[in-house]
Design a protein around this ligand. Structure first.
Ligand code: ADP
Length: 427
């Protein structure tokens, strides 16, 4: 009793270990329905006879281990079935990590800490999502560490974060983001302040290790670290730093043999460095496409995601009620640095920002640091953030700015950190 797809639907019958790849056209939506058999999207199982909706620009793979029949409704840019996927290798990787968790459980040790690296658009985030969903489906509680400041899967762009994974990613919306630990980085490229980037990587590692000490499940579950696609120069050094800060046991290198060889050479011998192919389905995204994804991520933060609408608040904030900082002063030649000060100090310095019209459209992080804590300057830089606001207007005469905020006034804290990132609120 196979249901017949309605008007406009296209049916695909997939053999075992194949996947249907499709992209949703700009301005369109596509629905996916599993008719027979079993299938999954990036590690999350599909329910039968439920229509999953994917928005414009989505790039999806429906993979089946056993074979299945699915139906697509709506306008796809491409839709094709591929027999050539690295899924078996990814599953084997998962199995090896699971074996490490079992041993950790038995021997009262910690579970695998895994760093996923590779250039942009090789499917790093997708591999992370897959491994996390498979682990959680077996009852594990792994942690996702998101270091990709350009395309964060956890919070708005310009942040670095950690999230305990308690259930598989939602097919349409990804991982449920409850109570993540988020740090303000401030821009979409680690290169704008590599010292801060490395510092926050260390902070995340420290918090994660502390959690592992008190939470056995978190310790056994281990972590999967998603990184940036910048793998040369300081970007490469940042990967080496991350490996050491988190004391990673496994590095998965996607698609780049050179990077694989470099890491094998530079990381301690007990770190297992594994080269994995990228999936042929991973689509290269243009700069424009990345920018749109970032914008969308901020919009979601304020307005919610499809089914769930949020209603953000707009209110005025007096300049005198807040303190706005930028992290990092522009670097100055070593010879001009005051005695006893190093370049590190300038990059981690809190620089007060005088509010003016150029604040308009900037995203600001609301620091969790207690008001008054900026006296201990390091306190603010290394404090997590409790949320974000966007400056929608500035009135220099009245000395107030209008902000868009997820919560009504007043702001929970008064120390704000400015991002390079702008968001134009069109609603
Ligand atoms: P990276 O993290 O390396 O930049 P992503 O994991 O974000 O790469 O993947 C880039 C894009 O490709 C994403 O939109 C993702 O949904 C898509 N994608 C990943 N794997 C596949 C696949 N097998 N088939 C189709 N699209 C895929």
């Amino acid at each position: 009793d196979v249901p017949v797809p309605g008007a406009g639907g296209t049916r695909f019958d997939l053999e075992k270990e194949t996947e249907l790849r499709f992209e949703v056209e700009a301005g369109e939506r596509v629905q996916l329905e599993l008719l027979t058999g079993l299938a999954e999207v990036f590690g999350s199982e599909l329910n039968r006879n439920k229509k999953y909706t994917f928005g414009p620009g989505s790039k999806i793979a429906v993979f089946t281990w056993q074979g299945c029949g699915v139906c697509l409704y709506g306008k796809t840019e491409v839709a094709y079935v591929s027999k050539d996927t690295p899924m078996l290798l990814y599953l084997n990787t998962h199995a090896a990590l699971e074996q490490m968790r079992r041993l950790a459980e038995r021997d009262n040790e910690r579970g695998p800490r895994v760093m996923v690296v590779g250039p942009t658009d090789v499917g790093k985030s997708t591999v992370c999502r897959l491994l996390l969903s498979y682990a959680v489906r077996l009852g594990r509680r792994p942690t996702l560490v998101e270091l990709d400041v350009g395309q964060s899967g956890v919070s708005v762009p310009g942040t670095m974060s950690a999230l305990c994974i308690e259930r598989p990613a939602d097919v349409e919306e990804g991982f449920s983001v409850q109570a993540p630990l988020v740090f303000h980085f401030g821009s979409t490229s680690p290169g704008t302040n590599i010292k801060l980037y490395n510092k926050l990587t260390s902070s995340l590692a420290e918090v994660f290790s502390q959690r592992c000490e008190v939470n056995r499940k978190a310790s056994v579950g281990g972590c999967i670290i998603n990184t940036c696609g910048w793998v040369k120069g300081s970007g490469y050094q940042a990967l080496v730093h991350c490996a050491s800060a988190f004391e990673v046991d496994v590095v998965l290198v996607l698609d780049q043999e050179r990077l694989y060889n470099e890491l094998k050479r530079d990381l301690p011998h007990f770190v297992r460095v594994v080269l994995l192919p990228k999936s042929g389905g991973v689509v290269e995204r243009s700069k424009e496409c990345r920018r749109e994804t970032r914008d969308e991520k901020i919009r979601e933060y304020f307005y919610g995601f499809r089914g769930v609408s949020f209603y953000p608040h707009a209110f005025d904030v007096r300049f005198s009620d807040v303190r706005i900082y930028k992290i990092g002063a522009p670097s100055i030649p070593d010879s001009c640095l005051p005695l006893g000060m190093s370049q590190d100090d300038t990059q981690l310095k809190l620089v007060p920002v005088t509010p003016g019209r150029d604040l308009t459209h900037h995203v600001l992080s609301v620091s969790c640091a207690e008001d008054g804590e900026e006296g201990s300057r390091r306190g603010v830089v290394e404090s997590p953030v409790c949320g974000f606001i966007v400056v929608t207007a500035v009135d220099t005469q009245a000395q107030v700015m209008t902000v868009l905020s997820p919560a009504p006034r007043p702001l929970p804290r008064h120390t704000l950190l400015i991002m390079d990132i702008r968001f134009i609120d069109l609603k």
